[in-house]
Design a binder for this molecule. Structure first.
Ligand code: NAP
Length: 275
């Protein structure tokens, strides 16, 4: 039986075991996918112990997508540029190879709209934000990307990381300083964890003042299915996208990396209905 797991903290919100176990079962693959919750003060000592185990692969989620990198033996080139890892393949010799499949998952539900995104607001500057910004800037060229984050230092680090995309003006500001935002956006994305799980009542910013005709408001959170951030936008008449298509998209890419097989279509359709 091949063993896979998601590493993160907390993990109560994670749908990943359900997704991968359904696909293993459909394809008759003898494998199991578990939750492996590691508290932040245990992370550094636990990872080397796991490396000696008989695992085949991992997903990595909050808050470890960047801090896992020093423990990897190699990182796939695009993932190196992103600077955040959400998938690990354990190779035959036991070494760990890191990938990022979040950026592909993120692009999946907006693939047909990319050319319309001239002005973009992205809230957050963590691991998911890195994948989102890389996905956007490498697949379309917005005139302007405003990064809003609680910590200006993290926003600055992310903006610096994006310097190769010099056709897009990247600006940074604090999340609580939205008064300084001088434009309405074609795409507004929440990449923070504010509004997720037990904090589902929280609202990172009100997106509506920054919307214009045809703005798409996108929240990476999938649990709850509609955050306050998305509800505000939907009630004001704007198109919204939650994190479920991204979740399924990144999972399908990770599944391919581990098994060499496409994620089964029928399971994908069932999961879209189930969540
Ligand atoms: P992360 O690396 O820990 O980053 C968290 C981000 O949220 C940072 O920008 C952080 O700001 C901000 N933040 C956290 N608590 C906050 C608070 N109380 N007030 C204001 N800002 C706060 O996490 P991540 O891996 O990027 O994940 C972020 C979210 O994306 C999670 O909800 C995760 O579930 C979701 N996600 C979804 C998918 C999907 O497939 N749908 C994929 C990846 C991630 P600071 O920089 O100031 O700390």
């Amino acid at each position: 039986m091949k063993k896979f797991a998601i590493i993160g903290y907390p993990l109560e919100h994670s749908f990943s075991p359900k997704i991968h176990n359904a696909a293993f079962s459909e394809l008759g693959i003898s494998a199991v996918y578990e939750k492996f919750e590691i508290a932040p003060d245990q992370f550094k000592e636990t990872i080397p112990k796991i490396k000696n185990g008989d695992w085949y692969g991992f997903n990595v989620t909050i808050p470890y997508k960047q801090s896992i990198i020093p423990f990897l033996d190699a990182v796939e080139p695009v993932t190196k540029k992103i600077g955040a890892v959400n998938t690990i393949r354990v190779r035959g010799d036991g070494s760990w190879l890191g990938f990022n499949t979040d950026y592909q998952g993120f692009l999946h539900p907006i693939a047909g709209n990319l050319k319309n995104f001239k002005k973009v607001i992205m809230i957050g500057a963590g691991g998911a934000a890195r994948a989102v910004a890389f996905g956007l800037l490498s697949h379309c060229t917005p005139e302007e990307l405003a990064i809003l984050n609680r910590s200006l230092e993290n926003a600055r680090a992310l903006a610096g990381h994006l310097s190769e995309f010099d056709k897009t003006k990247v600006t940074i500001q604090k999340t609580d300083d939205t008064g300084a935002l001088h434009f309405k956006a074609d795409l507004i994305i929440n990449t923070t964890s504010v509004g997720m799980g037990s904090r589902s009542g929280a609202l990172i910013i009100d997106p509506v003042p920054f919307c214009k005709m045809k703005t798409i408001v996108y929240d990476l959170i999938y649990n709850p299915a509609e955050t306050r951030f998305l509800r505000r936008a939907r009630q004001a008449g704007f198109k919204t996208i939650n994190g479920l298509p991204m979740l399924l998209g990144q999972a399908a890419e990770a599944f391919k990396i581990w098994t060499g097989r496409n994620f089964p279509e029928r399971v994908l359709k069932d999961l879209q209905k189930a969540f």
